[in-house]
Design a protein around this ligand. Structure first.
Ligand SMILES: Nc1nc2c(ncn2[C@@H]2O[C@H](COP(=O)(O)OP(=O)(O)OP(=O)(O)O)[C@@H](O)[C@H]2O)c(=O)[nH]1
Ligand SMILES: [Mg+2]
Ligand SMILES: [Zn+2]
Ligand SMILES: [Zn+2]
Length: 411
C-alpha cells in the first residue's frame, strides 16, 4: 500500500498527494476511489488505461525538498541514467541531496545501443563522468527496463547492499518508474508505477515493496525526475516525442560528406560542412527522424520551405516552443586547437574536436560522430538545447581495453 512516511496518502502510480477537491490539480481522485488500498489518481488512471499524455511540473524547489530528504535517511541510491542521453542524465548538485548514502549508477535503455557497443566497457567512462559531477558511485550497472537485460544483476546488487530502503533518482524520463516496474514484476509484486513518454510523469515520493531472493523485504521509493529544460525532449508535444525519442535499437546513419554539404537532423538541428576533407559523419538519432542531406547553399531554403514536409519534426508549435537556432562553429582534425567542450554560457561557444574524433551530443536527440578528419563547419540548434562533446561512444569509449584512452584528453 502506498503511504509515505508522513502518513499523507499518495497515489500508488505517481506519488501525488491524494485529494478529492480539485479536479484540475495533481492527485485528484473521486472520493469513492479513496477507499481502495492502492488508490490511483485520475491522471494516472488515464495515462495507464488510455495512453493519455499529461505533463505536470515539479519545480526545482519542490524537487530539492523531496529528493533532498534522502540525505537524512539511510538507504541506497539508484542513480538512473539514460544511455541515449548520458550528459542530459546528470543531475546538477545531486551529491548535496543524497548525503553520504551509497550510490549505484544504473545506465538504462541499453536496448537502444547498436550491437557493437559492449556496455561493460562503458562503465569506466560513466563512472568518471559521474565523479566529475561530484558523485562517487559504488558500481555501474547496465540495464534495460524494456527488455529486462541486467535486471537480475540489479536485484542481486540490492540484495547484497543489506539496506532496507532504496531511492531511485534521475532526470525526468530516464526510465526510473519503468525500471521499478520491471523489478516488481520479476519479484512477484503487483504494484505498478505510472510511466509515459512525456517527462514529468512521477510527481512525488512513491513507495513500493520488493521481495528479494533472500526473502528480505525492501522498500523502494520512486521519485520525480528533474526537468531542467536543456534537453530538446523536455519541450516537445507527444507526437514529436514519438518521432524524436528512439524506441528501437539505433541504426547508425552514415553519410560520406563533401565540403559544401549540410545534414538536417529533422528540423531540430543542422550540421554545415563548410570546408575540409571528404569524410564520413555518423548520426545516432531516432530511426523515426529524417536525416536529410542537401547542398549547403540550399540549406536555408530547405528549412524555410520544407520544415513541415521534408524535415517533418518538430511541428510548428514545438518549433516555436524550442525557439530560433543558434550557430555553434565546429572545428575538427588539425583545424581544432584544443579539443575542448563547448561552453554553453560564453559568447564564444564552439566545438573543437581533435584528431581522435568525438561525438557532438545534442541533448535528448542523440549525437553526431566525427572521426577527426579536417573540418570547418557549424552546428545550428535551438537556443535552449544543450550541446556537449565527448569521446566517441561507439568506437573510442567502448574499446577502452584496446587503446586505453581516457576522456581527460577531451575535456
Ligand atoms: N527503449 C527503452 N525505453 C525505455 C526503457 N525504460 C523506459 N523507457 C521509456 O522511457 C520513457 C520514460 O519512462 P518512465 O519510466 O516514465 O521514466 P521516469 O524516469 O520514471 O520519468 P519521470 O517520472 O517523468 O521522471 C517511457 O516511454 C518508457 O517506455 C528502456 O529500458 N528502453
Ligand atoms: Mg517516473
Ligand atoms: Zn497518480
Ligand atoms: Zn510537436
Amino acid at each position: 500500500m502506498a503511504e509515505s512516511s508522513t502518513e499523507e496518502r499518495v497515489c500508488s502510480g505517481c506519488g501525488a498527494a491524494l485529494q478529492s477537491t480539485d479536479e484540475a490539480k495533481p492527485g485528484y481522485v473521486p472520493s469513492a476511489g479513496l477507499v481502495r488500498s492502492d488508490p490511483l489518481c485520475r491522471r494516472c488512471f488515464r495515462i495507464q488505461n488510455y495512453g493519455e499524455f499529461s505533463r505536470a511540473l515539479v519545480s526545482t524547489a519542490e524537487y530539492e525538498r523531496l529528493v533532498g530528504s534522502i540525505a537524512k535517511v539511510r538507504g541506497t541510491v539508484l542513480y538512473v541514467l539514460d544511455v541515449f542521453d548520458l550528459s542530459g542524465s546528470i543531475i546538477p548538485n545531486l551529491a548535496r541531496y543524497i548525503g553520504s548514502n551509497d550510490v549505484i549508477a544504473v545506465v538504462n535503455k541499453v536496448d537502444l545501443l547498436p550491437r557493437e557497443v559492449d556496455p561493460d566497457t562503458l562503465g569506466w567512462w560513466v563512472r568518471e563522468e559521474l565523479e566529475k559531477s561530484g558523485v562517487h558511485v559504488r558500481e555501474v550497472l547496465f540495464v534495460s527496463a524494456q527488455s529486462g537485460l541486467g535486471a537480475d544483476a540489479l536485484v542481486d546488487a540490492l540484495d547484497s547492499a543489506q539496506v532496507d530502503r532504496v531511492y531511485v533518482v534521475g532526470m525526468a524520463n530516464v526510465g526510473k518508474s519503468s525500471l521499478l516496474n520491471r523489478i516488481l514484476r520479476d519479484t512477484g509484486g503487483t504494484q505498478r508505477f505510472t510511466t509515459s513518454k512525456v517527462p514529468g510523469t512521477t510527481l512525488g515520493l512513491t513507495p513500493a515493496h520488493i521481495h528479494l531472493p533472500s526473502s528480505r523485504s525492501l522498500e523502494v521509493m520512486d521519485t520525480p525526475g528533474l526537468i531542467h529544460g536543456n534537453r530538446v525532449t523536455d519541450k516537445l508535444c507527444p507526437n514529436c516525442l514519438k518521432r524524436a525519442v528512439p524506441e528501437q535499437r539505433l541504426k547508425p546513419r552514415v553519410y560520406q560528406l563533401n565540403p559544401g554539404q549540410t545534414l538536417f537532423i529533422g528540423g531540430f538541428a543542422r550540421f554545415d560542412f563548410e570546408a575540409g576533407a571528404h569524410q564520413p559523419i555518423v548520426c545516432y538519432v531516432s530511426n523515426q527522424l529524417v536525416v536529410h542531406r542537401t547542398k549547403l547553399e540550399r540549406a536555408d531554403a530547405i528549412y524555410e520551405q520544407h520544415a513541415d514536409d521534408i524535415l517533418k519534426t518538430p511541428c510548428p508549435n514545438c518549433r516555436a516552443e524550442l525557439g530560433g537556432f543558434r550557430r555553434i562553429p565546429v572545428l575538427a582534425g588539425r583545424l581544432a586547437r584544443t579539443g575542448s567542450n563547448p561552453s554553453s554560457h560564453s559568447q564564444s561557444e564552439r566545438i573543437e574536436c581533435g584528431r581522435k574524433g568525438c561525438d557532438i551530443v545534442l541533448s535528448g536527440l542523440g549525437w553526431i560522430s566525427l572521426f577527426g578528419r579536417d573540418l570547418r563547419g557549424a552546428l545550428w540548434i535551438s537556443e535552449s538545447a544543450q550541446v556537449t562533446m565527448r569521446p566517441r561512444l561507439i568506437g573510442d569509449v567502448s574499446r577502452k581495453n584496446e587503446n586505453n584512452q581516457t576522456s581527460r584528453e577531451y575535456t
